[in-house]
Design a protein around this ligand. Sequence first.
Ligand code: PEP
Ligand code: MG
Length: 883
Amino acid sequence: TKYVYRFGGDANDGGNGNKNLLGGKGANLDGMASIGLPVPPGFTITTEMCTRYYADGEVFPDSLRAEVANGIAHIEGVTGKQFGNKADPLLVSVRSGARVSMPGMMDTVLNLGLNDETVIGLATASGDERFAWDSYRRFIQMYSDVVLELDHGAFEEALEIAKEDNDYHLDTQMSADDWKALVAEYKKLVEKLWGKPFPQDVHDQLWGAISAVFGSWQADRAKVYRRLNDIPGDWGTAVNVQAMVFGNMGDTSATGVAFTRDPATGENAYYGEYLINAQGEDVVAGIRTPQYLTKAARERAGAKPLSMEEAMPETYAELARVFNILETHYRDMQDIEFTVQQGKLWMLQTRSGKRTAKAALKIAVDMATEGLITEQEAVARVDPSALDQLLHPTLDPKAPRDVLTKGLPASPGAASGAIVFDADTAERRAELGEAVILVRIETSPEDIHGMHAAKGILTARGGMTSHAAVVARGMGRPCVSGAGSLAIDAKAKTMRIAGRELKEGDILTIDGATGEVMAGEVPTVQPELAGDFGTLMVWADKVRRLKVRANAETPLDCRTARDFGAEGVGLCRTEHMFFDAGRITAVRQMILAENEAGRREALAKLLPEQRSDFTEIFEVMAGLPVTIRLLDPPLHEFLPHEEAEFEEVAKATGIGVVALKQRASELHEFNPMLGHRGCRLGVTYPEIYEMQARAIFEAALDVAAKSGAAPIPEVMIPLVATRRELELMKEVVDRMAKEVFAERGQSIDYLVGTMIELPRAALKAGEIAEVGEFFSFGTNDLTQTTIGISRDDAGRFLTQYVDKGIFARDPFVSLDVEGVGQLIEIAAERGRATRPDIKLGICGEHGGDPASIAFCEQTGLDYVSASPYRVPIARLAAAQAAL
Ligand code: PEP
Ligand code: MG
């Protein structure tokens, strides 16, 4: 097997832009070199090597030595410099690069190849002693951190002390001699912390770095990132070794990060930052505040330091030319790293840029309009889950704001929550259901779990392309970065801002679209759903086959769902109406009644209430199908608990409190989710379902008479396991329909069907379909009963099950296609064999999950049903599944 692929010069080994093999960075370096863009020569060690490295117990095969030596020879050939040469040494960078980008998660080593001798050669050859020693100290610092895993704080401290001793504020004030002295300090530090001198052999350095990059694939932060982003652990990373180019060779040199369009808003304008006389890490790490790329952006921000467009007009023009070539070549917005070495532009990376949902929408719609991509490609480009960000509220522009300061608008969206100063606290408090805002001086990849747990992120340092900004945009978390007037004391858990002190737990609001930071909570408003969103949805609906309905039980939810494009209600859980404050006493009276007469008395009170519930829903959903599920939850859940509740029921029924408590303890269940619930209620107390069915038909006739648009009720029986259960319940429903139609002298069409949410029902679907006119897969219960894990308690161990690869994702979030999915396939097939036109849908949580929706498309279901806010997500996911 070939493990090393060369790029640059005349030796592109190709790999055909194969990201799976070369990783994203390697594939695109190869791609850029092959279309003639200026890329420093290098080679990529494949992801297959990473997989093999771990399979073999973290050792490299002997054959790799020769291949890497070949790769180095290639770089030497193109650059005319030699690795380890004392007179004019070749320096290289060693970087990770997985199939999909994992920003900041894995390791990088720059300036590799420097030692006590080559640094002198570099100084002579470049004619710049300061540059040579600056590079050497950078190399020692990075290598010690990444490869030797020494405490990087110690190195930073040494640098701070050196600056303080000289009364300097900026790194750029350090002279050649200052750097030289710091290198001596650093070497002492390495000996002290590592117990051995800093490695001088450049080949040892290289293999150390290669091992470290492969090793970083299994670092904790990389694992967390993979889990959050559903990246399989066995993909591995590639390693890219590439000739160094230097942005730190004086004022005609620079380094920068740029996007071909604005990744926050999607606006078609170059966007980015650069730093003169610096290396790439300086921009991303947020050590110095970077300068704007374009004049327009600088002016808009009212910033002074010249933009690249103004400071280096020729190089900027060349960069702009490259941007256009890259967008046309990759047909997507690109995120680019570049370096200018003494006026010459070099491209170090390009990839499809991470973007906010808003930007994703705008860029997809714009590019289709520009003719760069097709409408269908635009539909395929937008991640359905990301739409979530757009559907949620933003700050009410009319509400008063107590603005404390303004930082950079790094990731849009508004968030309010309690201030926390570290990622672990953020995670802990969020687990308890609290909204938190993570406030950090700057974020590092170690904070990723806290950023995910937080509602929003605020940092004191860092630009628009800092770690915090990039990660927050990717996750869809609102983020304000670089709020310079913020002074954080993480130990004391306080911060000072605009002369005011705030402490952990105080409420803060951030607006990631404007950069504003406000004290207290600011009210929010619903977003506008027109423009690009509407356009993309129209395109999506053109290709979608699956219908999309909503799980909704209130008129408000139904209206939201319709506004979002729902084509009916797929699940109206009637028990939500039973828990209503004004009704619960009557419900309890019904449950605790000793006999049928007592139950009927209570049900009579509930009938008009249920009828008006259904009337309102039918009105909102005029002309659309509405699936109403008859009472499902365990009786146990309705039992009174508190003394006052017993007294209320006693008053309503005339039964004494003691007798009521006796009855309640008889009804108590140890395993209510497998107990007296679902159609078992209807079988034992048919009068409950009678009342519900009557309410449905009366309401339907009322609405039909009033509006002319007759609703299409689909009466659904829950938790059916056998044909006979459904047959009994259908008799009840049909009898009520007949009664009501006779009373009114009018009738409407309706269906009676069942949920398929028990494995037995799935297996016996052929028989059940003899009675049932539709199936709706209740994948919450079907997952619970198929895998045998509790919906309510599994959270405690499921994370570990995902970490250990037992499940790729939480099966309650994303359908276990192989297991639960197989039962769905069986049921669909057997149901159709009996009743070819049987209507099939899904109404578990999975109905709003894009991966599960793809499965529903494959299985040929008729519709998915999701919560109202997920309806647009489901529409887009259904369209993508059909493409
Ligand atoms: C289900 O079980 O998937 C379902 C939709 O019903 P519920 O969640 O109400 O049990
Ligand atoms: Mg269920």
